[in-house]
Design a protein around this ligand. Structure first.
Ligand SMILES: O=C(O)CCC(=O)C(=O)O
Length: 251
């Protein structure tokens, strides 16, 4: 999308942060598209969904979203990981769209990926590192950062990543916020939960399979119905992401 369109989404997000600070702070960054209509609209935006469809097929649902916000000159980073390692969905016919609302550059800590790494499954260690933005600080050890490719995006661009692609990101050393939202993930028709309960939004084509809980999009910012839908979805997601973990963090 054009940069001015992304700037308008950023304005809406920052307005929402001002009016609903507890709904959008770092530890409450999941599934904001279930409580804020402008993010639900972005989740079903044809430009995003057309790209997802080219990879996962015409019947699509969205299992969750994550706001990845790095404040200016901050230490927050994302360790090398594979999303599918802790997501309870199979087969791997799903894709994440990472949408930049501000420039995502090497200086601001853009997402970096290891080409070809989606062909293997790597062991992850839970570090729960303080500045690590991931739920468990899950980390693939021994990744050669020199092999990484930076996904540099201007505001309004997006990248798509495969669920087994090793990726991570460095701290934001720029003087500007790095704001991205990961629509994580767009699921094809054959995808099923392998554990837990996923609360999905119907995005395109046939309605989601009955093994998922289908939830409605919000009608107003954090209205009681939307807030309840999001809270239930986050609880269910938390149970999946922390399955087997020794400790948890707020989600
Ligand atoms: O935003 C980041 O830096 C990391 C994003 C990520 O890990 C993801 O979208 O799966």
């Amino acid at each position: 999308m054009a940069e001015n369109e992304a700037a308008e989404l950023l304005r809406l997000l920052e307005e929402a942060e001002t009016h609903h600070p507890t709904e959008l702070h770092t530890e409450h960054r999941n599934n904001a598209h279930l409580a804020f209509p402008f993010l639900a609209d972005l989740a079903v935006d044809a430009r995003v969904v057309d790209a997802a469809e080219s990879l996962v097929g015409p019947d699509i649902s969205l299992s969750s979203s994550v706001l990845f916000i790095k404040e200016p000159d901050s230490a927050a980073f994302v360790s090398w990981h594979q999303d599918a390692f802790y997501i309870g969905l199979e087969p791997d016919n799903f894709v994440t769209a990472w949408i930049a609302l501000t420039p995502s550059t090497r200086a601001s800590g853009c997402v970096s990926v290891i080409p070809g790494s989606h062909g293997k499954r790597f062991r992850h260690l839970d570090t729960f590192g303080e500045d690590n933005m991931l739920t468990r600080g899950q980390t693939v050890a021994g990744v050669d950062g020199a092999a990484a490719v930076d996904l540099v995006l201007r505001a309004g661009q997006m990248s798509l990543h495969h669920p087994w692609l090793v990726h991570g990101s460095q701290p934001n050393r720029s003087g500007r916020r790095r704001v991205g939202i990961a629509m994580q993930s767009y699921l094809g028709a054959d995808v099923r939960p392998t554990r837990g309960d996923y609360h999905v939004l119907a995005v395109r084509g046939d309605k989601p399979h009955s093994s998922f809980t289908t939830v409605p999009p919000p009608t107003a910012d954090v209205d009681p119905a939307g807030a309840a839908v999001r809270a239930a979805a986050n609880l269910a997601l938390s149970a999946v992401l922390y399955d087997g973990a020794g400790q948890t963090r707020a989600l």
